[in-house]
Ligand binder design. Structure first.
Ligand SMILES: [Zn+2]
Ligand SMILES: [Zn+2]
Length: 111
């Protein structure tokens, strides 16, 4: 019996839904609570995602699309879009503030 890709996909989705409802890992079916994937499958997915992103980034770079979000056009001369650059600035400012606090705290405890 031959099955089309579409029904295969739908069956796959149904199976995942069933596993999710039963508290099983949606990838391997092992009983697992808390998240939809067990730690082993989560690690596998992260690896796959990393590979996928790495492959996509080559394409995004060629097209001049932001390498961070893959949605917006990158700022001229940069590899990321304005939104991602701004978000990064925020993160950087937070990091600097935290480091400053830590440095001050250690200076106080040393004194
Ligand atoms: Zn699993
Ligand atoms: Zn972006």
């Amino acid at each position: 019996m031959t099955r089309t890709l579409t029904t295969d996909r739908a069956a796959h989705r149904r199976m995942r839904e069933r596993r999710k409802a039963a508290g099983q890992c949606i990838a391997c079916g092992k009983p697992h609570k808390g998240s939809v994937r067990c730690p082993a499958c989560k690690a596998k997915k992260a690896l796959y995602d990393n590979k996928y992103i790495a492959r996509m980034r080559v394409i995004w770079k060629k097209l001049g699309i932001c390498l961070e979000c893959g949605k917006n056009n990158a700022v001229k001369g940069k590899t990321r879009c304005g939104m991602c650059l701004e978000a990064d600035d925020d993160r950087y400012a937070l990091k600097v503030a935290r480091q400053k606090r830590l440095a001050e705290a250690s200076a106080q405890s040393a004194a």
